[in-house]
Design a protein around this ligand. Structure first.
Ligand code: CA2
Length: 145
C-alpha cells in the first residue's frame, strides 16, 4: 500500500528560487514538491511538503510524522547546525530519515560543517542542488520497498 513521505524544510527555504540563485538555484519549493511527488508516485507513494521558519513548528511536524508518515526527507536549513531539539524529535521517529542540503555545506564556512541531524539521518545528500530532494525520495522508496 502507498505510504506518505514527509518533506520538511527549515528557515528561509520559503525564499527558494526568489533570492540568492547563485547558491540555491532558480527552482522554488513548489517545484521541489512537484518533482518529489512524481518520483514518489512512480513508486506508489505520496509526499507532503512542509516549510517553517520556526523550530517548534518543525518539531511539531516531526511528531506528526510519527502517526502520518513512513519516512522523512529533511532540510533543516540553519537549524542543522544548532538544533539538538530537532535531533531529539527525529530520534523518536522510527522510519528512514534522509538529510538534504542544496549547497555543499562542506565547501562553505566551517560552522556549516557540523550537523546534529546527521547523527540520526540514514543518508545525507549535499551539493546536488534541489535535485538532492528527488534523489532522497528515490532512496526512501528503495528503503520502503
Ligand atoms: O544548503 C542547504 O540546503 C542549507 O541547508 C541551506 C541553509 C543553510 O543555513 C545551511 O547551512 C545549508 C539556508 C537556507 C536559506 O535558504 C534560502 C533560499 C533562497 C534564498 C535565500 C535563502
Amino acid at each position: 500500500m502507498g505510504k506518505t513521505i514527509y518533506i520538511l524544510n527549515g528557515p528561509n527555504l520559503n525564499l527558494l528560487g526568489k533570492r540568492e540563485p547563485d547558491i540555491y538555484g532558480h527552482e522554488t519549493l513548489a517545484d521541489v514538491e512537484r518533482v518529489c511527488a512524481t518520483v514518489a508516485g512512480e513508486n506508489g507513494h505520496a509526499v507532503r511538503l512542509f516549510q517553517s521558519n520556526h523550530e517548534g513548528e518543525i518539531i511539531d511536524s516531526i511528531q506528526r510524522a510519527r502517526d502520518e508518515a513512513a519516512a522523512i526527507v529533511i532540510n533543516p536549513a540553519a537549524f542543522t547546525h544548532t538544533s539538538v531539539a530537532i535531533l531529539d524529535a527525529l530520534n523518536t521517529f522510527e522510519g528512514p530519515v534522509i538529510e538534504v542540503h542544496i549547497s555543499n555545506i562542506h565547501k562553505r564556512e566551517a560552522f556549516r560543517h557540523h550537523s546534529y541531524v546527521s547523527l540520526r539521518a540514514d543518508g545525507v545528500i549535499a551539493g546536488c542542488g534541489v535535485e538532492g530532494y528527488a534523489l532522497a525520495v528515490r532512496r526512501i522508496c528503495s528503503l520502503l520497498g
